[in-house]
Design a protein around this ligand. Structure first.
Ligand code: SF4
Length: 362
């Protein structure tokens, strides 16, 4: 919090939040629904600075963290198939499944390669025609278009040994699941800017129109997050309830239509399980039948023994905003980034990792 502008802005936020707390008779609670926001809020110290006036609670904003344990276990099983290479973004490597992690599987001889983009994985598959390259499609609307394009590129180039294991998830249905929880105590939402560049602002209108809660799409600079909080506070003080766009330089009303079309061309919505939530209707994407030759679920059908989340881990409650990371009894004692028990301590977008790295601040 180093610029004079930010400090003045912060002062204003503190004044406004006091007015809001006086109006509603208690401390306000907002939720950020994006792992990158969680990191920005923790790293800037905002969480701690605002703590006497409001709570900023983390939600299901990390795609690695919300991946269901059974899906993680299936990925481990895929990594053990002969002549198979698992291609993944780096965060997945250390996520603990019920019986092992990709890191452990790799130590036992599995081929696991990390890539910064799915396109690199397609090139890699072209260079290894005797192996099956399975890309782990873990991500929200932000990353799904790039993965979809990699599939189309492989198909156009006649690369037959590249397939996708889709655990893709879309955010609006998860927001509905959160909002349908009668115990939910959130007063407003900071919505994920990157996701909204694809979905558009209107995709989240239901939060204000159907659930009568304010929501603001936030960018990723410290000042963007403060603006989102300001716009939430202002709505409450003014007695308005809207889904507002605080990231106008990148987010439009209808989003990125081309990206939506590409996703719609290749994927169908399906009900999938989220860690901590269970099955959420229409919240996942499966490849359409015409892309079966690049669908790892079709090409490598695999059964896994029953899965169970890590013992004592509260990731499910953290992801639903029921607990703060430091409410988990394992936080920073048994569970640390060096020896993580659950995915929220592994992923760079995980709430537990952010709280551990930058401090709790309360
Ligand atoms: S501290 Fe560790 S065990 Fe507890 S919720 Fe976070 S990741 Fe899970």
């Amino acid at each position: 919090m180093d610029s004079a502008f930010n400090k003045r802005f912060l002062e204003r936020l503190l004044q406004l939040s006091k007015q809001v707390n006086d109006k509603i008779g208690r401390k306000i609670m907002f939720m950020e629904v994006c792992g990158t926001h969680t990191t920005v809020i923790s790293k800037s110290g905002l969480r701690g600075i605002l703590a006497n006036h409001m709570e900023l609670r983390s939600g299901p904003g990390c795609p690695v963290c919300v991946t269901d344990q059974a899906d993680i276990d299936t990925i481990m099983a895929l990594s053990r198939l002969p002549d198979t290479i698992i291609a993944t973004f780096g965060d997945m490597i250390r996520v603990p499944g019920t019986r092992s992690s990709l890191e452990q599987e790799r130590a036992r001889g599995a081929r696991v390669e990390t890539f910064y983009s799915p396109r690199e994985a397609v090139t890699y598959a072209a260079g290894h025609p005797d192996k099956e390259v399975i890309f782990l499609g873990v991500g929200f609307e932000t990353t799904i278009p790039a993965i979809t394009l990699s599939l189309l590129e492989a198909r156009a180039a006649g690369i037959k040994n590249y397939s996708i294991f889709s655990v893709h998830k879309v955010v609006p249905p998860a927001m509905k699941a959160l909002l349908n929880d009668p115990e939910q105590k959130i007063d407003g939402f900071i919505l994920p800017g990157h996701v909204c560049t694809i979905t558009g602002r209107k995709a989240f209108d239901f939060i204000s129109s159907d659930y009568r809660l304010p929501a603001v799409i936030g960018g990723f600079e410290e000042v963007d997050v403060m603006e989102a909080i300001y716009l939430l506070l202002r709505q409450i003080l003014d007695g308005r309830v809207e889904t507002m766009n605080g990231y106008r330089r990148l987010v439009h009303e209808d989003g990125n239509i081309k990206a939506q079309e590409i996703m719609g061309k290749c994927f169908d919505p399906v009900d999938v399980s989220w860690r901590g939530f269970g099955s959420i209707p229409g919240s996942g994407l499966r490849l359409k039948a015409e892309y079966a030759t690049h669908d790892a679920r079709v090409r490598f059908p695999i059964e896994v023994p029953p899965s169970s989340p890590p013992e004592g881990c509260s990731c499910g409650e953290v992801l639903r905003g029921k607990l703060r990371p430091d409410d988990c009894p394992l936080f920073s004692s048994v569970c640390t980034p060096v020896d993580p028990v659950g995915p929220c301590m592994v992923s760079t977008e995980g709430a537990c990792a952010a709280y551990y790295q930058y401090g709790i601040g309360y």
